[in-house]
Design a protein around this ligand. Structure first.
Ligand code: URA
Length: 190
């Protein structure tokens, strides 16, 4: 039977595929336009996201909203999801075993969306989606083609909160994303 957003959301909400299910408050499935041409992928929910069940609603999320605004985007024009849908305790990096247990949900989200552009937010997403040996300090802002989809990674907004010296480079990366959207996306005005 063909997959659907409804089936996927229900399966994800009931998932007990790894130990993060024991400690989560909410599964953080994803948010945005279910026909978006642009998919943003973070790492995993933090405390605010776990409490509210929505990705990027804490301090990093506010910065992400500002970053989107710089290039004429907002949450109605993109889809936002994470590599893992449940909060890792103490906000540690998600373990490989947790990523492996969860990545199928993201793959199904991507298959339903069929985005033209994927933007990985930070190292963890870039390694899981673009290539295992991705070096965020050297390769952020570069474009990679995978299965007909253009992909790039930028610094995670939480990293930009910790280290403001990375913001000018990120501004350049955002401009590059805006150009790519203008080149490839027919339905997304930026
Ligand atoms: N950081 C992430 O990677 N994802 C979120 O949803 C929130 C913070």
């Amino acid at each position: 039977m063909a997959d659907s957003w409804e089936t996927l959301k229900q399966e994800c909400a009931a998932c007990r595929g790894c130990a993060l299910a024991e400690t989560r408050t909410n599964v953080v499935f994803g948010t945005g336009a279910e026909n978006a041409e642009i998919l943003l992928i973070g790492e995993g929910p933090g405390q605010s996201e776990d409490e509210q069940g929505i990705p990027f609603v804490g301090r990093a999320g506010l910065l992400l909203d500002d970053m989107l605004e710089i290039i004429g985007l907002d949450r109605t024009k993109v889809y936002i999801a994470n590599i893992v849908k449940c909060r890792p305790p103490e906000n540690r990096d998600p373990l490989n075993v947790e990523q492996d247990a969860c990545i199928g949900f993201l793959r199904r989200q991507a298959a339903l969306l069929r985005p033209k552009i994927i933007v990985c937010l930070g190292r963890i997403a870039a390694k899981a989606i673009i290539k295992e040996d991705f070096k965020i300090t050297q390769e952020h802002g570069q474009w990679f083609a995978r299965g007909g989809v253009q992909m790039t990674a930028i610094y995670h907004p939480a990293a930009l909160l910790r280290d403001v010296s990375k913001r000018p480079e990120t501004f350049e990366d955002l401009k590059s994303i805006q150009s790519k959207i203008r080149e490839l996306c027919d339905r997304t005005e930026v």
